[in-house]
Structures are given as C-alpha cells and as structure tokens.
Design a protein. Structure first.
Length: 139
C-alpha cells in the first residue's frame, strides 16, 4: 500500500503543472471575435404590422415594392412563399423581411403568414391546401 500511495502522490504535482500550463495557454489564446451582423436595418414595428396583413394586401405590396418578387410568389393556402434558385441579394432579403416574410430553412423559402399564425402540420402543405402563382393568374 505504501508504494501505491507514493505513486499517487508523485503524480499529483505533475498533473497540477500540466493543468496550470493548459490554463495559461487558454488565457493567452486569442478570443474568437463574434461574427459581424451585416443585415440591413428593418423597421420592426412595420414588420409586425405587415405580418398580420391579408394575402391580397401582401401581394399588392410585393407588386409595388419589387415586381420580380411578386412574379416569384406562390400562394399556398393563405400563406405566401417566395423561393429563389440562389441566395438573393441583401437588399432583396431586407425587402422581404420588412414586408413580414421570414426564412423557412426546412422548405428553403421565404414565407409570409398573412395573419394566419398556426403551428405547422407534418407533411407538405401543397397536399392539404390549394396553391397558385398570382403572376400566372393575372395573365
């Protein structure tokens, strides 16, 4: 037993030196800088109000703000979805966010609830709700 206890006591000083070195190394390491926020400013009050607008008014706003966005819009049930093949420019994202749209990572689309705030159901909403593209209906 004496031999075992001597081995344990002889390890302790070495382990404490190693832990002190690890602490000093971590203290000297450069701190990771937070990623800068490059998003353009949004009027949050106007955004909140826009999220409660009905589908027709949101489509009219889209058409006024940027006709290309209106042409990409798809109405699914009462919601409006806007999808892109590539990431849109920051100004386009700002316009969508200002109008009340939010990014849905699962569906890879910008979505607007048009005042219909419900929890999503499982499955594809296209199977449950009627959908159309307003730009095609208008022509």
């Amino acid at each position: 037993m004496k031999t075992t206890s001597q081995k344990k006591s002889s390890r302790l000083p070495q382990e404490s030196k190693q832990s002190q070195q690890a602490v000093s190394t971590a203290a000297n390491a450069p701190q990771a800088q937070p990623k800068p926020d490059n998003r353009l400013p949004i009027d949050t009050e106007a955004r909140k109000q826009n999220r409660t607008l009905p589908t027709e008014k949101v489509l009219a706003l889209l058409q006024q703000q940027d006709r290309r966005l209106w042409e990409l819009a798809e109405v699914v049930g009462k919601w409006i979805w806007v999808s892109f093949s590539e990431q849109p420019a920051p100004t386009v994202r700002q316009t969508l966010a200002q109008l009340g749209f939010h990014w849905n990572r699962t569906r890879q689309a910008w979505q607007h609830p048009c005042g219909q705030f419900r929890l999503s159901s499982a499955g594809d909403p296209h199977e449950k709700y009627q959908s159309y593209q307003p730009a095609e209906v208008a022509n």
